[in-house]
Design a protein around this ligand. Sequence first.
Ligand code: FE
Ligand code: FE
Length: 582
Amino acid sequence: MREGDGGGTLDLLVRDVRAVSVLTGEAVPADIAVARGRIVSLRPLGGGVEARRVVDGGGRYALPGFVDAHMHIESSFLTPAAFAPAALARGTTTVAADPHEIANVAGEAGVRAMLRASRGLPLSVFFLVPSCVPSVPGLETSGGEIGAAEVARLLRHPRVLGLGEVMDYRGVVTGDARIAAILARARRAGRRVRVEGHAPHLVGEDLERFMAAGVVTDHTDNSDAAWLEKMRLGMFAELQAKSIRPSLIAAMASLPLLPPFALVTDDVATDTLVAEGHLDRVARLAVAAGLPPLAAVRAMTLWPALHLGLTDRGRLSPGLRADMVLCDDLASLAPSLVVAGGQVVARDGRPTLPPRPAAPVWDAFRHSLRLAPGRRSFAPAEFAWRVPGPPGRRRMPAMAWRPTDNRTAAAEVVLDVGADGEVHWPGHASLVRVIERYSGREGSASAPLLGLSWQDAAVATTYAHDSHNLLVVGSSPAAMAAAATAVLETGGGIAVARGERVLARLPLPLAGIMSDAGADAVAAAAAEVRRAMEAVGYRHANPFMSVATLSLLVSLERKLSDRGLVDVDRRAFTPEPYGRPL
Ligand code: FE
Ligand code: FE
């Protein structure tokens, strides 16, 4: 691509493109003229027009910048300043982020830090106020809480578009007072406030109650039938990678009208972001599953922009923001040039702007691990698991792990309990322990995990949904102690150990969930952790999420918090957590 410096009144002229109208589906020869960050014209202008910067589009397609309607910046392990160039390089120019990970660590202060740290970035960052922090009250210990008062304050911020995913769908359906008060505040906020949902497989009367409470989206994975029911009732479907499959695309295409929906990213780890892409990756998956490319483009431009009420973007139109993506073909959607707010921000998948250091606002979020005073390491003996009750064989409740998704089913395992109450689990099950890391008291709970075949290995992480306590999962006390110690040494993060040896670590020193490094460095460390997990036998379609959701109390079906084993659907602790004598 050639470019030159002109000196006219236009700030940018992108010559010779095929501008895609996401309203009509046509690709029309165009020169795109930009002034003060806005598109002023799409007509072919011919020669003689000057601009401060001229870019030759080489006949490529020009699309509107991609809009991600549901995502969590923290899941990239990056600060907003480090996330922005990586996302822009992949064509994402606007995100609506739900900062519920930092909110679980630091409450309203964490959300405000995200707001400050994302101000003035070339990526447009909007927010949704986290609605379920902690995810289920009374069942886990989080570092921060968001109640109705915090919601009311945060909704006043001009970059806040609504309420983030209402994950406590059971609470909505059963009339829980906390979530009812939060939803009431959102309704009273005095302007159009979007309420995002999270309701896997919710259908029928419960779904209607959920929607009647004001919730307008879902982005969890649903059966095809449940998705169609949601779309039919007017829910805005947000399809992330795990929901994209040929049967769902075909079911949607067979409807008399293709309903509006959005492609979203939700949680994308840094190495996936850098190596495979962001929304462009989700679009490729959708096209491969049978979605026509233009429908994919519309689902990451026009529809999410309209849904979010961002009427200044989502299409290439005179007067709208000059956010655009140039690409060679619509099937691969690989961005060769990205413009955000009239500024060239990326070329050939790489950012062109100089990297920014982590904002000073994050300094207050270092040293966030409050474990027992003086703790420097963990000893293997600490990962012995002692339970009350008599010695002997017991049938104990457990979680059953699957290599394909994040569901851990309710299961049972027969284990021996020694005279001292010690459960002899090594060799029969893996152990999960969640250690509270906010008060210095280290309250913890343990549970057996079935289905993993790995020997003398462990993963420890402080990136553990949703409360981000210290979660350790392993097949031997020695490896669990080594991994937990490694995480402690870096002030939070993820570590993999085999025996006493630490194989890989990803330091996340900011609030225990984010790195202070740039995307490339974090991607390399994340990829190394991923490889180490594979090497020790932890093979999963989405290894980071599968470990991080062992403690997610709104995910299916039995999970572990720092306070005990939880049966998600009942929103209650598992009865007889220490089992029954045989
Ligand atoms: Fe969710
Ligand atoms: Fe989400």
